[in-house]
Design a protein around this ligand. Structure first.
Ligand code: UDP
Length: 248
């Protein structure tokens, strides 16, 4: 398979964005780099990009099928995703169903506590300011988004949460929390961008309660790639494996 990749536009912590012949489209390359603690802890884990691209592609397809607009066009080959070119909004939208991570470090929630209603939180995506938590007024005062856009983002995020919760539950996975990012597509619409992978979500095995996400890396535990592979094998069906020519 020949893959025509243009100039590098942007290099993030775990993905690279390349130009294509079409100015409205980019290729997202999922790298094996893994970071935690705002990039303080770094490593390379073989095949991480491969699994993250498959997991993200599958979840973008599930969301598109449910009517959520995303940047996703197709997975060209594992590791390389053809996407709409977006102008990203520097907000990390975090949705929480079960208390974990920074929420239990910063507030008196009990780890593992289930919320009656999902919590949607917004952080300002900025290494310089260390991703501080924002509220609507601060985001609007910054000029990051307007009131209507925030309303749309919240509504879409809650829908994404419902769709992902249902789908992952049917595959034996709990979704304590996840982070997503939005951007403007070439027509000016706000769509879901970035990735939805074990780097950006917490996934717990419903049966065993095993952690299947980046928390393993954050805590210095082994079995990171085994966990990512397990998520891919749990959510990809026969058709996906055939379509993307993978055996997991
Ligand atoms: N998250 C992320 N990028 C960030 C911060 C958080 O993808 O820069 C994800 C993280 O993987 C988790 C959720 O957002 O699924 C909530 O993270 P939390 O605020 O608990 O931070 P953590 O404890 O992971 O530092």
């Amino acid at each position: 398979m020949s893959l025509k990749v243009g100039n590098l536009i942007y290099r993030g912590k775990a993905k690279d964005i390349y130009e294509t012949d079409d100015p409205k489209k980019v290729i997202v390359k999922f790298r094996d780099s893994i970071t935690a603690g705002d990039g303080e802890k770094k490593d390379e884990i073989e095949l991480k990009g491969f699994y993250n691209s498959l997991i993200s592609a599958k979840l973008f397809e599930v969301l598109e099928d449910a009517g959520v607009k995303t940047q996703y066009i197709k997975l060209i080959t594992p590791g390389y995703m053809l996407s709409k070119r977006l102008k990203m909004i520097p907000l990390e939208i975090i949705t929480r169903n079960i208390a974990a991570g920074s929420l239990v470090r910063r507030f008196p929630f009990k780890p593992g506590e289930e919320f009656k209603l999902p919590i949607v939180q917004m952080d300002y995506k900025s290494d310089e300011y260390k991703d501080p938590m924002l509220n609507d007024d601060i985001a609007i005062a910054f000029g990051l988004v307007n009131k209507e856009e925030l309303k749309f983002i919240r509504k879409t995020t809650l829908k994404i949460n419902e769709v992902l919760l249902d789908f992952l539950k049917s595959k034996g996975i709990l979704l304590p929390d996840f982070k997503i990012e939005y951007g403007y597509d070439p027509d000016g619409n706000i769509v879901l961008g970035d990735e939805i992978s074990p780097d950006t979500c917490r996934y717990w095995d419903i049966e065993t309660c095993d952690v299947l996400d980046k928390d393993l890396f954050r805590k210095g535990e082994t079995g990171v790639i085994k966990a990512y592979k397990k998520v891919a094998s749990m959510i990809l069906d026969k058709n996906d494996k055939k379509k993307w020519n993978v055996e997991i």
